[in-house]
Design a protein around this ligand. Sequence first.
Ligand SMILES: Nc1ncnc2c1ncn2[C@@H]1O[C@H](COP(=O)(O)OP(=O)(O)OP(=O)(O)O)[C@@H](O)[C@H]1O
Ligand SMILES: [Mg+2]
Length: 299
Amino acid sequence: MLDLDLRYGLMKAIAFLKENYHTPFTLSLNPFTEPSRLMARIVSIHSFRGGTGKSNTAANLATLLSKYGQRVGVIDTDIQSPGIHVLFGLETDRMKNTLNDYLWGNCGIVDSAYDVTVAEMKTGDGAVYLVPSKSAAEDIARVLREGYDVRLLRSGLQDLVQAYSLDYVLIDTHPGLNEETLLALAMSNLLLLVLRPDRQDFQGTAVVLDLAQKLRVPKILMLINRVLASVDVADLKHQVESIYGNEIGAVLPNCDEMMQLGSSGLFTVRYPDHPLTHELERLVKQIVVESEISRKPNP
Ligand SMILES: Nc1ncnc2c1ncn2[C@@H]1O[C@H](COP(=O)(O)OP(=O)(O)OP(=O)(O)O)[C@@H](O)[C@H]1O
Ligand SMILES: [Mg+2]
């Protein structure tokens, strides 16, 4: 079963990349990691199954990155079920343009970016710009009905990085495997693969991990979310690491505060001293340090 799923996912990915890059598919194809083309680090936050915590992770990581003086773009590529704007408190009537408008050719991507920096969190030039997706039923229906040219995402990203001098672009994705996700993976310097300690998550995660490895995503970190307090974290990490043979980036506790917050705000702003915030902060430091090292030219 897993093999069949995997083969199907890979076939789709390869066909998609061949068509969109108009070039024979090679496993080293990852154009956005070329420093000459784009200096910002592209980080995709993805999971095979829905509701694992991707949007909360992306929004909080972006805000924590701004705390370390980083300039961050966040793109909601989950155009079928958008939602990250809610976490940033961006009201839909303020969203004059969105990613949808850009993809339909109605505006530049920079016109669909909103400053969602949390002033009391940022340091220095730190900033967060969000490109949201439209959540009105008719807009979602239009995307599903008409589709769009996913290649525009690639050029939009470049424009956004240049316009706001971004250090990072975080891509919040739709669960599963679709064209946006494949493109996001192919462009990424880092994939944060989110999963819960749940057998249904485990199988699909193996599919995405294999695909990301075949697309040569330079770095993949697994993020285990919603771990119960009764679980032995060291043991869980060891188990997951041995199942997937991949590094674990963070283990986040399941917590009542997050459920009570119910996406009405940013957890790390509301609970700066919570263990979940500390774990995300540790991950952000790791990402920043590793990015600095890989940006350094070879001696
Ligand atoms: N560590 C946690 N503890 C408790 N609740 C959590 C935790 N992480 C996420 N949640 C809750 O899980 C729900 C889903 O979170 P979120 O929207 O971030 O997931 P998602 O992966 O983006 O979902 P989708 O696939 O639908 O886009 C939210 O209600 C959120 O509050
Ligand atoms: Mg989401």
